[in-house]
Design a protein around this ligand. Sequence first.
Ligand code: MN3
Length: 211
Amino acid sequence: MAFSLPPLPYDAGALAARGMQQETLELHHGKHHQAYVTALNGLIESKGLQGKTLEQIVTEAGKAGADGLPVLNQAGQHWNHLLFWQVMSPNGGGEKIPGALASKIDSDLGGLQKFKDDFKAAGVGQFGSGWAWLVQDSSGKLKITKTPNGSNPLATGEGTPILGVDVWEHSYYLDFRNRRPDYLTNFLEKLVNWEFVASLLDKGMTSGQSA
Ligand code: MN3
């Protein structure tokens, strides 16, 4: 088997009215994400990845440290983008967060406004390329974290991501130029698919893909 790039869960122009234009999504999905998939497929044989799930590959590459980086860069980015497309919606954003998730945000993260402030701070504070995350740790508690480049909380062992935002410049430069804080505010207020995020509580995302 090989890894593949699924279509976006909405039309490439569907988020344009909410701050992410069609060209951003076409390039980001069709060029950047595709390039990670192609590069990962090119590593399957030489790195002995056959038969492993994407989640296994990411976790094992993370544990391997520097030796795992060539695989993690591609496998992590494939997983990260699979999640990223799904956590956005043409009807996203707003304050209507499903109850189970809202109450965990209250109890674990100090409430919705503090969560938003801290999540944005994680994205702004990720020096260079990377991701900001809402993660459920092994005790079930929510926390906010960030990772550089293609890594993610599965690779670092910090927990299971239920929300992630790409802070590589390719994800926001056409829409917001250098204004990463504005991109993050827009993401939270207009794009996040809270129903989908809530559906990942206690289970996380399974890509269903394997080498
Ligand atoms: Mn990206």
